[in-house]
Design a binder for this molecule. Sequence first.
Ligand SMILES: Nc1nc2c(ncn2[C@@H]2O[C@H](COP(=O)(O)OP(=O)(O)O)[C@@H](O)[C@H]2O)c(=O)[nH]1
Ligand SMILES: [Mg+2]
Length: 676
Amino acid sequence: MANSAGPRSVALVGPYMSGKTTLLESILFATKKISRKGTTGEGSTVGDHSQEARDRSMGTEVNVATASYLGDSFSFLDCPGSIEFAQETYNALIGVDAAVIVADADPAKALALSGLLHFLEEHRIPRLLFINKVDKMEGTVDRVVNSIQATSQAPLVLREFPILEGENLRGYIDLPSGRAFTYADDGASTQTDVPAALRDEFAAARYAMLERLSDFDEALMERLLEEEAADNNQAYASLRTAFQEGHIVPTIFGAAEHDAGVWRLLKMLRHEVASPDVAAARIGATTTKPVAQILKTFQTPNFGKMSVARVWSGTFKDGDSANGERIASLFHMVGQHTEKVSVAGPGEIVAFGRLDEAKTGDTLTATGTAPALPRVAATPPVFAMTIAPAKRDDDVKLSGSLAKILDEDPSLQLEHNQETGETILRGQGEIHLRVATEKMKNRFKIEIETGRPRVPYKEAIRKPVSQHARFKRQSGGHGQFGDVHIDIKPLPRGSGFQFEDKVVGGSVPRQYIPAVEAGVREYLTRGPLGFNVVDLCVTLNDGQYHSVDSSEMAFKTAGSMAMKEGMPKCDPVLLEPILAVNVTVPSEVTPKVNAMASARRGQILGFDTREGWSGWDVVKVNLPQSEIHDLIIELRSVSQGVGSYTWAFDHLQEIRGRLADEAVQTYRAGMADAAQ
Ligand SMILES: Nc1nc2c(ncn2[C@@H]2O[C@H](COP(=O)(O)OP(=O)(O)O)[C@@H](O)[C@H]2O)c(=O)[nH]1
Ligand SMILES: [Mg+2]
C-alpha cells in the first residue's frame, strides 16, 4: 500500500565516486524511464551530463530526473559529492522529502560523510543509507555500518540481514518481513527461504532492530516488554515513522552497477517517504497559495536562464506571474532533456524558464507575500585564483559572463584588488574554480587565464627622519617653486597614515598644504621596497614659497620629492598580512592541523570543540597570508576531504632577511608574469 499523496523528491547524496550517478541510472532503468543504462566512464549517463562533468567523470552540479514508479511520481536529484560543490548539494537538499546517502562499502571512507550527515541532521531531513558496491565490499557489513555510525547522531538501523558465502555477499533477509533474497550473477534477486543455518542469527538481528525502534515507539516497546512478537505490519509502521521523523537512518545495501538492491530501495521510497506536505510543514511553507522555492538556477545556450524549483503549495501555470516576472515555460527534467508541462502542482520539481531575477533559495509566489523559508548560507571561500581574459578586448565579455556564473553559484566570490590590480575569483577549491572558468568558456566562449594571487604586502619604517626638499623649475614664462621641511616618523602597528600640519607664520601658505599632503600620499602607494606604506606620521614643519611661481602642483611635487629622498633613510621594513584562521576538523585530525600550521609559520592560538558538531574541533591559528594558498588542499588530504577553514585579515607583521627577500622576489615575478 502506497502512502502517496503527491509527487515526491529524493536526493542522492554521498561522497564523490560512491555511485550516485550509477544508482540514478539504475533507478531510471528500473522505472523504464531509460531503455539502456549509460556509464559515467563513457560519459553516457543521465546525471553528470554537463561538459565539465563529463570531462572529469565527476558531478559538478545537481541533475534532476523525474520518473514514475508504479504510478507514483518521483524526482531524483543526483547531487555532486565533491566537497567543492557542496553548496549545490545543500541548496537542493532544502527542497527534498528525503535523502538517500550512497556510501562506499568501505570503513576507511566513512569520515567523508560527516559534513553531509551534519547538514541533514541540522535540517531534519529524513535520510536512509544505501551501502553501495557490496560486490567488492571491504570488510564486513557490520564494520562498514559501525564506521559510518561514528559520523551519525541518529542510529543506523540495518533493516537487512546479510547472507554471506565466505566473505561474499550472496543475498539478504529483509528484517521486518523475514523474506530472504539471493542475488543472481546479473544482480537480480530471487526470493528464497531463510537458510536454516541463519534462523537464529536472523531472529536475533530482527529483535535487535525492533528494540532499537522501540526507543521511538511506545506501542512497540510495550509489546516487546510483554514478550509478544511484533508482526510485520507493526515493524514496517514503526520503521516508517522513525525514518520520517529522522530518529533513525534505515540502512540497506546493494550494488548500483549491477542493479542489486535497487528495487528494494524503490519500494522503500514508495512506502516510506512521506508525502510532500510533510516536508512543506517542516520548512514552514504552510499555505494553500502558490509557493515554490528555487533550488538552483543555470544558463542554457539556447533558452537563457532556467530556475529549478520545488513547488510547496498551490499550482504554477505557463503564463502566470511569479515574483513579478512572467513564467515563460515550465519543464520536467530528465538530466539534460526537458519535457514541457503546462502546470505544476504541490510536490513537483520543475524548471521555470526565463525568470531573470530568480536566485537560488528565493521563494516564488504570485502575490509577493512569501513565508520565510530556510535558505542555505553561502559557503565561505577557501581557495583563490586570479582571472583575466586571454584576449585583451574580451574585458567586457569577462564581466558579463562572470556575472552569470556568480549568479548561479553563491559559493563563488569576486574581488577586484586595488593594491595588486588583480581580479580574484574565490571559491571552494581548485576544481571548483576551474569548472567555473570552463563554464565561461563552454557557455560564453571566452578564454580565461588564471594565476596565483599575489600577497598584498605592505611596508613601514623603523626610524624617524627629517627631510627638506625643494622643487624649482625655471621654464619660459613663469616657473615652479615649492619648498618643504617634513618629519617622517614611525607609528605603532595598525595606526595607518597621519598627516600633521605644524606650519607657523605662513611659510607654506594654507592653500598649498593639502597639495603637500597629496604629494606625500601619492608617494605612499609605492614605498622604497615597492609596496603600500603604512603606520607612519608625516609632519609638515616649515617651507618656503614664491609669490608668482608657487602652485599646488609645485608643492605636491615637493611633498613627494621629500618622501622619495627621506623614506629610504627611515629603515624600511616589509610587512606581511597575517590572517586569523579557524580550522574545523574531526578531532582525530587535530594533531595534524597543529603540525601543518607550524610548518606554515603559523601561530596556534588554541583549540576548542566545534559548537554543535560532536567529535569536531576548531583550531585557531594566525597564519601568514602567503601560506594559505594551498592550505585547503593539504587539509582535505588529511581529513578525507571534510576539513575546512574560515579566515579574516588580522594584522600586519614585520618580516626580514631571507623571508622578506623571497617575498619581494615572488611578488615581482608575479608582476612580470602578469605583464606578459
Ligand atoms: N564495483 C562496483 N562499482 C560501482 C558500483 N556502483 C558504481 N560503481 C563505480 O563507481 C564509480 C563511481 O560511480 P559514480 O556513479 O560516477 O559515482 P558518483 O560520483 O557517486 O556519482 C564508477 O566507476 C562506477 O562504475 C557498484 O555497485 N559496484
Ligand atoms: Mg556523480
